[in-house]
Ligand binder design. Sequence first.
Ligand code: TYM
Length: 345
Amino acid sequence: MTEQNAAPQNGAEQQKKTVFSGVQPSGKLTLGNYLGALRNWPAMQEENRCIFSVVNLHSITVRQDPAALRRQTLEVLAQYIACGIDPEKSLLFIQSHVPAHAELAWVLNCYTMFGELSRMTQFKDKSQRYADNINAGLFTYPVLMASDILLYQTDLVPVGQDQKQHVEIARDIAQRFNGVYGPVFAIPEPLIQGPGAKIASLAEPTKKMSKSDQNQNAFVLLMDKPEDIMRKFKRAVTDSGSQVVRGEGKDGVNNLIAIYSAAAGCSPEQTEAEFAGKGYGEFKQAVGEAVVEVLRPVREQTERLLADKAYLEQVYAEGARQAARAAERTLEKVYKKVGFVKKPF
Ligand code: TYM
């Protein structure tokens, strides 16, 4: 992105909203990550000041294999670009390269209540799933996420439905801090877009599609081969009915309708009209084909980018430099407000 985009601006530039979002590199990205988040981001970079981070600090709240984490971090960066995020227009960086995230998180930990963190549904889910490793990082994870967002004076946070609660706590923390010290942080809003905002597991459609699912047939990966994608959709759980319409208790079909609509860029009503009178078998085939077609260019472009490590390094180095500058400005303000002696260098 151009240098100006990371800094406060005059005139027209000042009208632009700041957009921030991130994806954890804790595994391979799924169709849920794509339809709920990444797919919506490129369109935002024309009108807004966009910042997208690969949030690797968040990933270590669950044990990671170090070599895999490093590889996946670059893969997510490549996937951002492959999905259409242009490093000339948006700021792309790796979270651990900007120390201000961890520094602000410490301060905000002291302005976040134990009770409000205890109510986070993701903490409750993950502490059940990883019962042998309920670490403090898992508990304060939303505070780090609030720091990501608040450091850049973010207005909009485009995320899937599952992250809404975390953006809301970021708002609460910002309001609390501003209430004590005056207007330090912009108050961010979650932006939950379209039918892809909540993609469910193909095997157990009452659960969200997640990269950490043990069942390989529950999720589609961005890097899956077409034949694997088709097989997973053929096996997708539906119900005993036969019509392609949404309804109570039809979680599997509701999910397939959401996926088709998000992939084909139409509304769920249009999808129902298109498949009126057709059976589940034909519909599943069509959903698979639509997904294969949207993911094909993303997969191919990711592979090309991963073969060019020098380019990726150039992108994340420049991103880190600009992000650090923007983040430092907010951190300095915060440090001053809470009473820290100004840094001598
Ligand atoms: P993460 O890495 O789990 O997911 C990245 C994005 O994908 C969306 N998503 C989904 N959308 C629809 N259906 C699904 N099944 C699905 N699964 C995932 C998520 O909502 C998210 O938008 N805590 C965040 C990462 C984060 C962040 C941030 C996001 C850290 N700091 C600051 C925004 C702003 C997370 O774990 O997302």
